[in-house]
Ligand binder design. Structure first.
Ligand SMILES: CC(C)(COP(=O)(O)OP(=O)(O)OC[C@H]1O[C@@H](n2cnc3c(N)ncnc32)[C@H](O)[C@@H]1OP(=O)(O)O)[C@@H](O)C(=O)NCCC(=O)NCCS
Length: 128
């Protein structure tokens, strides 16, 4: 699973690929990972909040609702586990991801200036 994840991650983030060991470390540190043939989502729960660490969909399969579906799935699971809020950070120049999150009901909750190599991070959250 970790090798397939690394291969898919490389397609989604060609400039910053994570290795199979990176994914293994995330899992070992308590993160949850959901992977399908064309997408993955990594998140972690901290008491009654959850953070989406990353999400990616195979470039050839985008705009088919895969990312929205994965967010919907974890949202249901998290709600059942007593989580009240989901939050995440997204680069201010990543318009596709911002639209995805807005479409999924996330709202802006803050800004971390120059968080990613000089690019601002927008903090977004959703009460569930
Ligand atoms: C962001 C990403 C995960 C979206 O995956 P996806 O499966 O294509 O998203 P969906 O099909 O579920 O899109 C849902 C909505 O998000 C918005 N959206 C998604 N991609 C968009 C784009 N390129 N431009 C504008 N809006 C976009 C649209 O509103 C879309 O609904 P619509 O297709 O009905 O208009 C995908 O583009 C990706 O893997 N990008 C590279 C990795 C990345 O940036 N991850 C996020 C890091 S924070």
């Amino acid at each position: 699973m970790f090798i397939e994840l690394a291969n898919l991650h490389k397609k989604c983030f060609p400039n910053k690929p994570w290795s199979a060991d990176d994914f293994r470390d995330l899992k070992n540190s308590g993160c949850e990972i959901i992977m399908s043939e064309n997408g993955f989502i990594v998140y972690r729960i901290v008491v009654d909040e959850a953070e989406i660490i990353t999400i990616g969909v195979n470039p050839e399969m985008r705009r088919n609702g895969i990312a929205s579906a994965m967010i919907g799935i974890i949202e249901k699971t998290l709600k059942n586990q007593g989580v009240k809020k989901i939050f995440l950070e997204v680069a201010s120049n990543n318009i596709a991801a911002q639209k995805l999150y807005e479409n999924s009901g996330f709202v802006r909750a803050g800004l971390r200036p120059k968080y990613y190599d000089g690019v601002d991070a927008i903090l977004m959250s959703k009460d569930i």
